[in-house]
Design a protein around this ligand. Structure first.
Ligand code: SF4
Length: 338
């Protein structure tokens, strides 16, 4: 059975914060506040269109436990009836680290919530302050420990390339997140959109957004770090939307961002194997990979193959089901052996 989210977007209208990357004007008092009826409709729609799915109702928007408490409970009650009658497996939500305490966690437990994702964004207080997040890295740590102590699945979200951050600080954030042992992670490279503080800082030259290649190199490393620590990265890169495309000031967005990072991991792994195996330039190497990883080795528009060729190697890709998703086996000079 496949897993599916029945998403209900709950905006934080009237949010008192001013995060540098967030367009307050587009969220304050403008976006639709869902009602209990919207929860019912979302569930009916999902059940009608998808069979054999193991569903969770997902309250996304980033500040679920910071909204009005009675409204939050009304939405939870509307969702919980589907947990009680076994229509859905559970409820998940995303929120801010400083909107978590024992009281709210007890309420969430009562209504069948199973997973909580926190928008950590950075574990550097300096970066959090520069981006006006209104919470500290300590809040992320405290909230994470509390969430785990209540038995919820913990998800942490981080952003890369924020104002005031750099390669080292983003790697530091990933290391700190790994220490908190979340069940899942989402990584979002920062996109500069109109009507934000980042937009002003970008226009004044104070903020230099991370370019796409730079971002791929960094996020490939972060992905590898999380994988090595058995933490599932459930999202890497923002979802495409027409609004995002319209509002974006600096084009460092790619709709298949994860694929680019995975291809980078595979290219690095190939080069490591070539190096450790003492495979000489001019050789034709046989590359063994899991069938599901062939496109990652080849890369988008055959980018990896082109780079490998430019480096003086020819490759023959062989499918090998015994290989793990990011594992590569390389056999040197195939032609010479024959
Ligand atoms: S991203 Fe920041 S400013 Fe935007 S709604 Fe969330 S907390 Fe408020």
């Amino acid at each position: 059975m496949k897993h599916g989210n029945i998403s209900v977007f709950v905006p934080h209208n009237g949010c008192p914060h001013q995060c540098s990357f967030c367009d307050q004007r587009s969220i304050t008092g403008v976006r639709y506040q869902p009602s209990e009826k919207d929860v019912d409709e979302a569930v009916e729609k999902a059940l009608g269109s998808a069979k054999n799915y193991d569903f969770e109702i997902a309250f996304f928007g980033g500040s679920f436990t910071a909204i009005d408490r009675s409204y939050m409970e009304r939405l939870l009650r509307a969702a919980y009836k589907y947990v009680e009658n076994n229509t859905v497996r559970g409820i998940r939500l995303s929120t801010r680290p400083d909107a978590i305490d024992s009281d709210v966690l007890e309420t969430l437990k009562k209504y069948g919530v199973t997973s909580i994702e926190l928008g950590a964004q950075s574990m550097s207080d300096e970066v959090l302050e520069a981006n006006r997040r209104g919470h500290t890295a300590g809040d992320v740590k405290n909230a994470s420990v509390l969430i785990k102590s209540f038995g919820f699945s913990l998800g942490l979200q981080m952003m890369t390339g924020l104002y005031g951050s750099d390669f080292e600080k983003d790697v530091f954030t990933a290391k700190e997140i790994i220490k908190l042992k979340p069940d899942t992670v989402r990584i979002y490279p920062t996109v500069t959109i109109e009507n934000t503080r980042l937009a002003q800082l970008y226009r004044s030259g104070e903020y230099k957004p991370c370019g796409l290649n730079e971002s791929v190199n960094l996020c490939a490393l972060l992905l590898k770090m999380f994988l090595e620590n058995n933490i599932e990265v459930i999202r890497l890169g923002l979802h495409y939307s027409e609004e995002l495309e319209r509002q974006m000031l600096f084009n460092n967005y790619h709709p298949a961002f994860r694929e680019l990072c995975e291809s980078k991991i595979m290219l690095d792994e190939f080069l490591r194997c070539v190096d450790t195996g003492g495979i000489k330039k001019g050789s034709t190497a046989e590359v063994f990979v899991n069938p599901r990883s062939v496109s990652k080795v080849v890369g988008q528009n055959r980018e990896n193959i082109k780079k490998i060729n430019e480096l003086g190697f020819d490759v023959r890709i062989r499918q090998d089901k015994s290989k793990a998703p990011y594992e590569i086996g390389v056999l040197g000079d195939v032609n010479a052996e024959k």
